[in-house]
Design a protein around this ligand. Structure first.
Ligand code: GSH
Length: 322
């Protein structure tokens, strides 16, 4: 993805995400403050104070939307959805305007970053958690945002489920770590590789890890056992896009998720829950990837297929219905 970046607060189109060996790297995100339930961090969890900037195409942003639904935090945290296609100036809000909900009246996401730090240097990414009170970005790292929504906003949540249960915390953190580089980033490492060797390394590792989770999911319903956790949200966002986008567009084509009985049924199981389904938009996702990333799809043709049905029955109730 080479839409551009900010350098000292100025938008530039010069950007390179690959090293000299053609390997794609993700640079760490910059805004890492935390909302806390007691306000000790300077950001207290309060209804109406925070806003999320997301794209429906983006798997990282998707995590935050799912968590917001699962916790029943829609009343507490508002959302702006970016236009599907990542343009020359990055994510924009022309169609589903940010001004319509009166938060920042921003046309481009980059304005939010510059408002927070006029000298900002880095990629302008979704998701973003914005503090309407302090007029600043709190955090732009999905893994940390979902943890805050889950744990720190718990008192505001209308759904009292805990996706980071005490007895599973280490397991959840380990699972999120374990899937991050080979799977969540792995699809991008394959898709954005600019050398054969870098591509093959990424794709081999990706499928080795999918194979391992396939085996595990033959014995248990969820990644960390018999309870839905944050780790499942992180896995879901990648699996959901796999057969439709990553298989073709990113050449992750050793197998489809459809070819893995357990991963496929696990994906359908999660997708069919209303809190997941309402956050899903495959049409926008597909258009976004195929039309934004012109360096790997220069003619911007969006494939018609594949024909897959995430609503067909699944077999995961065999593990018990939790
Ligand atoms: N590590 C970040 C990654 C976020 C990210 O890479 N988002 C992509 C969309 S999928 C983005 O906004 N890209 C814009 C760009 O790179 O210019 C997170 O998990 O929140």
């Amino acid at each position: 993805m080479a839409s551009g970046m900010l350098i000292k607060g100025q938008w530039t189109k010069n950007r390179n995400d690959q090293d000299q060996n053609g390997k794609f790297h993700v640079k760490p995100t910059t805004f890492r403050d935390r909302v806390t339930s007691d306000g000790s961090s300077g950001f207290r969890a309060e209804a109406g104070r925070y806003h999320l900037y997301v794209s429906l195409a983006c798997p990282w942003a998707h995590r935050t939307l799912i968590m917001r639904e699962l916790k029943g935090l829609n009343h507490a945290i508002s959302v702006s959805i970016a236009d599907p296609i990542l343009g020359d100036k990055g994510w924009s809000f022309s169609e589903t305007s940010d001004s319509s909900n009166g938060v920042n009246h921003a046309q481009y996401l980059q304005e939010i970053y510059v408002k927070t730090d006029s000298q900002f240097t880095g990629r302008v990414t979704v998701p973003v958690l914005w503090d309407k009170q302090k007029q600043t970005i709190v955090n732009n790292e999905s893994r940390e945002i979902i943890r805050m929504l889950d744990v720190e906003f718990a008192e505001l949540a209308t759904q009292k489920r805990d996706l980071y249960p005490h007895e599973l915390q280490q397991k959840v953190d380990d699972a999120i770590d374990a899937i991050y580089l080979p799977i969540n980033v792995g699809v991008y490492r394959a898709g954005f590789a600019t050398s054969q060797a870098a591509y093959e390394e990424a794709v081999t590792e990706l499928f080795q890890h999918l194979d391992r989770w396939e085996t595990l999911l033959s014995k248990q319903r969820y990644l960390c056992g018999d309870r839905l956790t944050e780790a499942d949200i992180c896995m879901f966002a990648t699996l959901y896009r796999f057969d439709t986008v990553y298989y073709g567009h990113f050449k992750c084509n050793l197998r489809r998720i459809l070819d893995y009985p357990n991963l496929w049924n696990y994906l359908k199981d999660l997708y069919q829950r209303p809190e997941f389904k309402v956050t899903c938009n495959l049409k926008d996702t597909k258009h976004s990837y195929y039309m934004s990333m012109t360096e790997i799809n220069p003619n911007r043709i969006v494939p018609k297929g594949p024909i897959i049905d995430l609503d067909e029955g699944h077999d995961r109730d065999r593990f018990g219905n939790i």
